[in-house]
Write a protein that binds this ligand. Structure first.
Ligand SMILES: Nc1ncnc2c1ncn2[C@@H]1O[C@H](COP(=O)(O)OP(=O)(O)OP(=O)(O)O)[C@@H](O)[C@H]1O
Length: 253
């Protein structure tokens, strides 16, 4: 087990919720605006204190120092504009500063793979201030993946992403989910807040549905994302249909 959260809370934003995260597991937090998703996943980063107990790799999260946390997990907050002005490759290099002297050829290989996966290879010499919203988000994602890429960081275990697909078009979103699956296949646990319920239905191993700061239900996507639970939580009409062997949600309002 990577992480064990017991009675995680920050009232009234988040009421006590307990869950575990295993190696290679993809966990989605879903729920309406203001339901506590960002609050919950930000606490897993170890940067925000709240109530309850988080055990991360067998040790209390609060007992880790920041350099150790930077090697073991990465936290990508909700999208913000760049605060400073550097080239993309320079920005990506900042992700490596926490790592223990990774081999240069391994770094180059990781960089090539991540940049190709997120389609930013042609952006490496651009200033981050000049990127579009979706391009900047892909650069932020690339930096996050680089920080916890197993081939250059053997201590990496957890990737925490707050609405990573915000600002991405459907093609770039598909590429992002492919990369997330690739990270999970390498044993990295991925926890994310998400609004695209069809993606959650397809991509998540475990889902926590929040409403008004409380966890309404948690479990597998098919158990959690029933029409009744989604309609009552989101106060909108939902239909779930089967299409080519896959469940698909339709929103009629
Ligand atoms: N820094 C803060 N101080 C006080 N209240 C806050 C703070 N940040 C968020 N909140 C409140 O806590 C509640 C939960 O917010 P949170 O950001 O966790 O929701 P969310 O589910 O991630 O929402 P969204 O889908 O809109 O991103 C909201 O009512 C929000 O207004």
């Amino acid at each position: 087990m990577i992480l064990d959260a017991k009675n995680l809370a920050m009232p009234p934003r988040l009421l006590p919720v307990s869950f575990t995260i295993d190696a290679g597991e993809i966990v989605h937090f879903i729920g309406p605006n203001g339901s506590g998703k960002s609050t919950a996943i930000s606490m897993l980063s170890g940067l925000f204190e709240g109530q309850g107990e988080i055990t991360f790799m067998g040790q209390l999260l609060s007992d880790y120092d920041l350099p150790s946390l930077a090697r073991m997990r990465c936290y990508l907050s909700q999208q913000d504009r760049p605060a400073f002005s550097v080239a993309v490759y320079h920005y990506l290099a900042l992700s490596l500063s926490a790592l223990n002297n990774p081999r240069v050829d391994h770094v180059q290989h990781a960089l090539d793979e991540i940049c190709q996966a997120l389609n930013i290879t042609d952006k490496l010499n651009r200033n981050i201030q000049t990127l579009s919203g979706g391009e900047w988000q892909r650069v932020r994602l690339a930096a996050a993946c680089l920080q916890v890429w197993p081939a250059i960081n053997p201590e990496a275990t957890l990737l925490i992403l707050d609405e990573p697909a915000a600002a991405l078009d459907i093609g770039q979103e598909a590429a992002m989910y492919k990369l997330i699956r690739r990270m999970a296949e390498q044993g990295i646990a991925v926890v994310m807040a998400n609004h695209d319920l069809n993606r959650t239905l397809r991509e998540a191993d475990k889902v926590l549905l929040l409403n008004n700061g409380s966890c309404v239900v948690k479990g597998s996507p098919s158990d959690v994302m029933t029409v009744e639970q989604l309609e009552s939580t989101f106060a909108t009409q939902v239909q779930r249909i089967e299409h080519e062997g896959r469940s698909c949600l339709i929103f009629n309002d």
